[in-house]
Design a protein around this ligand. Structure first.
Ligand code: ADP
Ligand code: MG
Length: 237
């Protein structure tokens, strides 16, 4: 394998400085300050840091939803700076799965429809979309609940629908932003062990942002972000 294939994520001297909110000239808010990170393919890595440390900013950049002020970002072997908006949209749809704290499900759609929607947008064949939707709903243990709408599901079940949706496109990299942030701790642990098992049994790479130290024991590596800088080297488990 080439080195690029071994690293799912690599950043070099990555900075993100937000302009001043007031729009006034000034130094701006440096949310990321010279991030050098490497995430190996097939690992569960936690990006831990307090609120405001830059986790969401970093995930947005890795997903190609935001651009760095300076520095380079390589994700799944692509240098994101060289990709057009359109390339990034297609690449994200085909290779990245996004999971958010607030689940991000559409309230009027059933669990099944929430998962299938993305496949439809991608223009997948209806028969294949159906098959894949059923497959991922089974992976997250929600086959029985497929016709339920989000408000009829528990928080943990809703997050499992969101995870199924992130997996539906056969994503190679899952970026999860505080996925257990709105769950009680027992349900949070359930989701974390599901995710760990997923990484152990597939080739998926998972980068998960969290402010909660309890997530550390599920990860193979923990990166610590403090005021926009990675403080500790990767800790081996
Ligand atoms: P975290 O996800 O770790 O809570 P964020 O990435 O959301 O951290 O924020 C990092 C820093 O950047 C914070 O100081 C935050 O206030 C600032 N920030 C985030 N988004 C914006 C924005 N759109 N405009 C200006 N400042 C922002
Ligand atoms: Mg955040």
């Amino acid at each position: 394998m080439s080195p690029a294939a071994v690293m799912a994520i690599e950043t070099k001297d990555l900075w993100r400085v937000y302009p001043c909110r007031s729009g006034a000239a000034g130094e701006g808010v440096p949310a990321l300050r010279g991030i050098e990170m490497k995430v190996k393919t097939g690992q569960f890595v936690v990006l831990r840091g307090r609120s405001g440390s830059g986790k969401t900013t970093l995930l947005n950049i890795l997903a190609g939803l935001d651009s760095p002020t300076s520095g380079s970002v390589s994700v799944l072997g692509h240098n994101l700076a060289e990709m057009s908006e359109q390339d990034l949209t297609i690449w994200r749809r085909e290779q990245i799965g996004l999971v958010f704290q607030s689940f991000g499900l559409l309230a009027t759609l059933s669990a099944y429809e929430n998962v299938e929607l993305l496949l439809r947008i991608q223009g997948s064949d209806p028969q294949q979309s159906h098959q894949r939707t059923m497959e991922v709903l089974e992976m997250v243990g929600l086959t029985r609940w497929r016709d339920h709408r989000p408000y009829e599901l528990s928080g943990g079940q809703q997050q499992r629908v969101a995870i199924a949706r992130a997996l539906a496109n056969n994503a190679r990299l899952i970026l999860a932003d505080e996925p257990t942030g709105e769950l009680d701790s027992r349900t949070g642990h359930e989701i974390l062990s599901f995710l760990r098992n997923l990484v152990d049994t597939t080739h998926i790479t998972l980068l998960m942002a969290s402010h909660d130290p309890l997530v550390d024991k599920y990860a193979q590596h923990v990166l610590t972000l403090e005021d926009g800088m990675l403080t500790a080297p990767e800790k081996k488990k």
